[in-house]
Ligand binder design. Structure first.
Ligand code: SF4
Ligand code: MG
Length: 329
């Protein structure tokens, strides 16, 4: 497939100011040099614990945040260097579905108003044409057209997320960043929303970056998965290969905590409990970011950051275990 998104060495550092003079005294390195591609029509899952930088990464890719460094190419356009006006013109092609539909929908606007807002901003369509499109979008996400004049508070969490998805689809985007789109929803309706996103992907040829802390859900929806820890991607692989053959100690630990779908499975993983807390992204450890908690840490890990290597076909990992013989110390 064609490469739709190319991100190289993306950094998103938030300055920390302090002292009487409010000088910059440091930076929160929320995203600290990540690179990945997303191919047309695929879903790239981004997983990691809260605070690992995955949401910040999604926002920076869409330039909802101005990245500190790095390049972002979407559909052949260098997004990172576009002027605000040029960026506004590209905006229809790249959209975001937010975690909390409650917070991302204006409570004073009707459903039709919310879904139609991008049309107001980016088209000169008349009322009738806009309404036709709004109805079409409501059909696509499974919302009853009769609800067009109601306000968000009248809807359940799942329905509100459908409104958010309809709005994201309004301008026929190619690429959608879904930031924990089901995390705020009842477990009973999470699968419905994920299935809807998959149907829409099929129907409209969408490409997704799907950000989630839920490894079972990502396993279900993603084609490839990137695992983030403390601002960096530690492993990136086709979904099945990642779950069957994790190549990074952090991924192994994450996966060991996921309940086995088939309890009678031959390979039962033992739970790996990580000690200590995730270090602060304003003061990441020297060497490998995972060295303070890694059960397999070696001396070199505390000195030198590991390079990302292709350790199996299409399967990348950043860990010294792949280059250094453990027994050699
Ligand atoms: Fe663990 Fe070292 Fe690999 Fe980092 S580089 S994950 S500390 S073994
Ligand atoms: Mg899919």
């Amino acid at each position: 497939a064609r490469k739709l998104v190319e991100v190289r060495d993306l950094k998103m550092h938030f300055p920390i100011y302090g002292g009487i003079l409010r000088r910059q005294i440091g930076a929160v390195k929320a995203v600290d040099g990540v690179s990945f591609d997303i191919f047309e029509g695929e879903t790239l899952g981004i997983v990691g614990e809260s605070g690992c930088g995955k949401s910040t990464c999604g926002r920076a890719v869409l330039r909802l945040y101005e990245a500190t460094a790095g390049s972002i190419t979407i559909d052949g356009t260098d997004i990172a260097t576009l002027s605000q006006e040029a960026l506004r013109k590209r905006r229809p092609a790249m959209q975001m579905v937010f975690q909390d539909p409650q917070a991302s929908l204006n409570p004073r606007m009707t459903v039709a108003g919310i879904i139609g807002e991008p049309l107001d901003e980016h088209t000169n369509w008349n009322r009738a044409k806009k309404l036709e499109r709004i109805y079409e979008l409501m059909d696509a996400v499974g919302l009853n057209r009769d609800f067009a004049n109601r306000y968000p508070h009248a809807f359940s969490g799942g329905q509100r997320q459908r409104i958010g998805i309809a709005r994201a689809l309004a301008l026929n985007p190619k690429f959608i960043v879904c930031d924990e789109p089901i995390a705020a929803l009842d477990v009973s309706i999470q699968a419905q929303v994920v299935n809807l996103l998959e149907e829409l992907q099929e129907q409209f040829g969408l490409t997704y970056m799907f950000i989630s802390h839920d490894l079972s859900m990502v396993r279900h929806i993603a084609d490839r998965v990137a695992v983030m820890y403390l601002g960096v991607i530690v492993e990136l692989a086709p979904v099945q290969d990642l779950y069957d053959h994790p190549q990074h100690p952090y991924t192994e630990a994450l996966l060991s905590a996921v309940p086995e779908p088939d309890p009678s499975a031959e390979v039962r993983k033992d739970r790996i409990v990580l000690r200590g807390d995730v270090p602060s992204p304003s003061n990441p450890p020297k060497g490998c970011n995972f060295c303070t908690r890694c059960p397999k840490v070696m001396d070199i890990c505390r000195e030198i950051a590991p390079e990302t290597l292709e350790v199996r076909p299409g399967h990348f990992a950043a860990c010294h275990l792949h280059t250094h013989d453990q027994t050699a110390g």
